[in-house]
Design a protein around this ligand. Structure first.
Ligand SMILES: Nc1ncnc2c1ncn2[C@@H]1O[C@H](COP(=O)(O)OP(=O)(O)O)[C@@H](O)[C@H]1O
Ligand SMILES: C[C@@](O)(CCOP(=O)(O)O)CC(=O)O
Length: 511
């Protein structure tokens, strides 16, 4: 299923402000105690705003808050990364936004509201299979590393999942049921029967299922939201030491991976990792029982990239399974193709991290571009391209405009083109017109930028009347009625329609 969206071309921004209502939870010491298994993660929560929360009096409702996470592109190494090879991925400016609203204490429901995919479902918290999830042999804590789904727990939520969207067509129902299952698995693993009634409402500016990691952004938003509600995260705030920020990022990423496992079956974890951390990373997971190796690339060059969406729907799990099957049939041959993919990634990583790399130099870009061409060829040989992706190569590469490869799972979805520096403007204009005529959607996007961010409470300054009264509250109605991607960005965007926006805070791990 693909949704058409427009480019927003937002620049990356860094929000160095202290937010209107900044969230400070337990000290890193307390947080680490949690890691060591001593605390069950009820750190203290301090809100520096006029909406002060005094936890001593009672356990008050949390204010509505928002979480946001970016989509990504894989520059090289997709599919190889599922088989233990390295990949390079970078965050993009398109993002998902999750509004978390706590309901009054008389309510006992939890609602998932995903208007982009027309999904809305409410469960009664008291009727969820807590007993199964809380058995000592099954119970997981927020600091645990979960590397596979427990079949008994998956079975326990099946009846609830089966009830979802009964009147929708089968393909849509499957997407809804997957979303419901992934959420319930995470909610029941992290939560408890006393969890407050709440609503999770998500809107995204990322094309769905186009290879830009849309599902991972939802995983990251929900993981961060639940961990914040449980008061197990410290920050984010601008003065947070990078080491402490890194612990929070790692925690969010672990649970986001659980959600991704439910959606995709066998994800590498690269999407959720880059979405949580932001910027760009070299990612590799050689042993699924252990955390992956993640090497941040802080000075990732500003590559001149064109992103093209074929608008052909694809399924990541289908493409990943296809490659898995091919490998089973031809282990040596496919093994050597995956080794070659790894070589491409390692070589590209070397080039992109050279101090002398210049993103405007023809010679530097050619070296990276050639690697992208090789990477695409290897992906074609794994059977994950699509005629619409090959058509982009015909229009771009064969016209000497740049170097193109598919990005993400393939089988449709998006391609990325590294543009040659000397292409005449008219030639680029003609290409863009041709792409438009043929029904492609194109984005000029900046790579890198912030990972998961928090707006606590959900109040923003938008240069409107409300600002005099302390900012505009982002309530459910406003969030749901924001029009299109532009409306969402204008209302809540971390970049606020062009610049940096006060209120949003990020865990900055750059040391
Ligand atoms: N805006 C959205 N709202 C709700 N769910 C979404 C949204 N975007 C993506 N998803 C979920 O992610 C799935 C697509 O994930 P995936 O196939 O990995 O695509 P992508 O390449 O974009 O990551 C959808 O089927 C849906 O479950
Ligand atoms: C094909 C793969 O390497 C990337 C998939 O990316 P996406 O779901 O198409 O955004 C799968 C994975 O890494 O889990």
């Amino acid at each position: 299923m693909t949704t058409q969206r427009t480019a927003n071309g937002l620049p990356n921004g860094r929000n160095g402000f202290r937010g209107e209502g900044e969230l400070e939870t337990s000290s890193s010491k307390e947080a680490d105690a949690g890691v060591n298994g001593i605390s069950n993660g009820t750190g203290t929560l301090k809100l520096n705003s006029r909406r002060k929360v005094d936890r001593k009096k009672s356990s008050p409702m949390l204010p509505a808050f928002m979480v946001s996470a970016p989509g990504k592109v894989i520059l090289c190494g997709e599919h190889g990364v599922v088989h233990g090879k390295a990949a390079i991925a970078a965050a993009i400016a398109l993002r998902s936004y999750l509004l978390v609203t706590t309901l009054s204490k008389s309510k006992r429901t939890v609602t998932l509201r995903f208007p982009d995919i027309d999904f809305n479902h409410t469960w009664n918290i008291d009727e969820l299979p807590w007993a199964t999830f809380q058995q000592p042999s099954k119970k997981k804590y927020y600091y645990d590393l979960v590397t596979e789904l427990d079949p008994d727990l998956v079975s326990a939520i099946q009846p609830l999942v089966a009830d979802v969207s009964p009147h929708k067509p089968a393909d849509i129902r499957k997407i809804h049921q997957n979303s419901a299952g992934a959420f319930l698995y995470m909610f029941l693993s992290l939560g408890s029967p006393s969890f407050p009634a709440c609503q999770y409402t998500l809107r995204s500016t990322i094309p769905i299922g186009a290879g830009l990691g849309s599902s991972a952004t939802i995983a990251v938003c929900l993981s961060a939201a639940l961990l914040l509600q449980l008061r197990t995260l410290s920050g984010p705030h601008p003065d947070q030491p990078p080491e402490e920020a890194r612990v929070q990022i790692e925690r969010i990423n672990r649970w986001a991976f659980v959600y991704e496992m439910f959606i995709h079956g066998n994800p590498s974890g690269v999407d959720n990792t880059v979405s949580t951390q932001g910027n760009a990373v070299i990612f590799q997971r050689t042993d699924y029982g252990k955390p992956p190796s993640v090497k941040p690339l802080w000075d990732f060059p500003k590559l001149p990239l064109l992103l093209v969406n074929t608008k052909v729907p694809k399924s990541t799990s289908h493409e990943v399974a296809k490659v898995g099957k091919l490998k089973k049939m031809h282990p040596v041959l496919v093994g050597s193709i995956l080794d070659a993919v790894d070589q491409v990634t390692q070589t590209a990583a070397g080039i992109l991290t050279e101090e002398s790399f210049d993103a405007e130099s023809e010679e530097c870009l050619t070296r990276v571009g050639e690697l992208m061409t090789i990477n695409h060829g290897l992906l074609v040989s794994l059977g994950v391209s699509h005629p619409r992706l090959e058509r982009v190569r015909e229009l771009v590469d064969h016209q000497g405009i740049g170097w193109t490869k598919l990005t993400g799972a393939g089988g449709g979805g998006c391609s990325i083109t590294l543009l040659r520096p000397d292409v005449p403007r008219e030639k680029l204009d003609r290409l863009e017109e041709q792409l438009d005529r043929e029904g492609y959607q194109k984005f000029r996007t900046t790579l890198g930028g912030d990972g998961v961010g928090v707006l606590w409470p959900a109040v923003l300054k938008n240069g409107m009347d409300e600002d005099d009264r302390g900012g505009m509250e982002i309530d459910l109605e406003r969030f749901l009625s924001a029009e299109g991607n532009e409306g969402v960005e204008r209302l809540v965007g971390v970049h606020g329609g062009g610049g940096e926006r006060e209120g949003w805070n990020f865990w900055r791990v750059e040391g």
